[in-house]
Design a binder for this molecule. Structure first.
Ligand SMILES: *Cc1c(COP(=O)(O)O)cnc(C)c1O
Length: 400
């Protein structure tokens, strides 16, 4: 090549989300003006922002009950307790996930049984069955990690056959579907995060959904409802609480009205935003499709995903990948590599969760993660931005 013009660099931040919609800001300021930030600080006949959010989210998700809490991680902890996990119980979980997931298993005193993933970042269902049978675990905490949804028909089949309760972690699949059914509608209970980098942004926050009245009642009491549960927006009738109201500890994990107000406005935009994420994802996918050294995984047709992040394999050794990541970063493209031995930023591998003690080796997962690269796709990126990002990644990958 004779072209000595400098290669283009990317300028925007991979962690810059969009502003809160004006309507959300207005509503949040109104809440601030009343001083009534606590979800149970309501007058006669008044419904709190949190209760309204619960009703609206249950309706959008297509679940009978919804409980708003302080974080996705808290939603998972409460969900595990609400389905009956007790200290010492075994919980199956895919080994490729974010640290709050093993953190929640540890917090409830349970023992993780980590399951391998495959090249497409999906839970290996043969390994799931084998580990379920050998461990006798009666719970599966399934993370749809980075938005990849495995064959849910098979997952539900395995769970039914072996008497396993399914808890879905939908932190990356709010709005995604498998064969037309929304993620979060397959198991006993599901958890969502509204932390800044997810599909709705309240800084911190979480949602728990279920169709099971007893699970909903237990979760509500544990979220810290005191005996004020009739003020919830999508909770079961009083009878469901009679049985469980004194059996569950108050874990103080309530959402507040300020954050609920911010979320209600975003929920109205969620479907449009999902389309916007997918356009960006598809621009990256097209831009990287035939790139040397890069393997893009084609998504399963049964899966409707939300493309808020993009993964690819870089077929190279560790040194070369570190060099590639550094060269991309120098051109403004921030890539997370899941193969690193040491956790960095939000990224960690199961073998760094040392608080569990010695964990069995998962050679398949380690080999998949050894080449796994990941980028965030905030909606502040335009389609042209995504084309440029793919170009930079492609140019740097070609140097290997
Ligand atoms: C973010 C995340 C969570 C939990 O979210 P927080 O709201 O930050 O506690 C759980 N699982 C996965 C896969 C996540 O990415």
């Amino acid at each position: 090549m004779n072209d000595h013009s400098p290669k283009p660099n990317f300028q925007k931040s991979f962690t810059q989300q969009e502003a809160i919609p004006d309507e959300g800001i207005r509503q949040a300021v109104e809440v601030l003006g009343t001083g009534k930030l606590h979800r149970y600080n309501t007058g006669e006949g008044e419904t709190s922002e949190v209760a309204l959010l619960e009703a609206e989210y249950a309706n959008w998700q297509g679940s009978r009950y919804c409980l708003a809490v302080t974080s996705g991680g808290q939603a998972i902890q409460i969900a595990l307790r609400a389905v009956g996990v007790r200290p010492g119980d075994k919980v199956l979980a895919n080994a490729y996930t974010l640290a709050p997931v093993p953190g929640a298993i540890h917090a409830v005193g349970a023992e993780p049984v980590f399951v391998e993933i495959d090249d497409d970042w999906l839970t290996d269902l043969d390994d799931l069955r084998a580990k379920a049978e050998s461990s006798g675990a009666k719970y599966l905490l399934l993370s749809h990690m980075r938005g990849h949804i495995c064959d849910m028909d098979r997952v539900v089949g395995i769970c039914d056959e072996l008497g396993i309760k399914l808890i879905e972690d939908c932190a990356h699949t709010m709005g995604a579907k498998w064969r037309g059914t929304r993620s979060g509608n397959f198991g006993a209970v599901s958890c969502f995060s509204t932390q800044t980098y997810k599909h709705m942004n309240s800084g911190e926050g979480g949602l728990l959904t279920t169709d099971d009245a007893e699970i909903a009642a237990r979760a509500t009491i544990m979220s810290g409802s005191y005996m004020l549960y009739p003020r919830h927006g999508a909770s079961p009738p009083a009878e469901a609480f009679e049985k469980v109201r004194l059996e569950n500890p108050n874990c103080s994990a309530r959402l507040d009205n300020l954050r609920a107000a911010i979320l209600r406005a975003q929920l109205r935009l969620l479907d449009v935003n999902i389309q916007r994420w997918n356009e960006r994802y598809q621009a990256l996918e097209a831009g990287l499709a035939d790139t040397p050294n890069i393997r893009v995984v084609l998504r399963n047709q049964a899966e409707f995903y939300v493309g808020s992040s993009f993964q690819f394999h870089l077929d190279a050794g560790a040194e070369q990948i570190m060099d590639f990541v550094a060269r991309c970063l120098a051109r403004g493209v921030e890539i997370k590599w899941f193969g690193a031995a040491e956790p960095a930023g939000f990224t960690s591998r199961y073998d760094s969760w040392k608080y569990f003690g010695e964990l069995p080796e998962l050679p398949k997962t380690l080999s998949v993660l050894a080449t796994t690269c990941d980028i965030r796709v905030p909606l502040t990126f335009s389609l042209e931005d995504c084309v440029l990002i793919a170009q930079i990644i492609g140019e740097e990958a070609a140097q290997i």
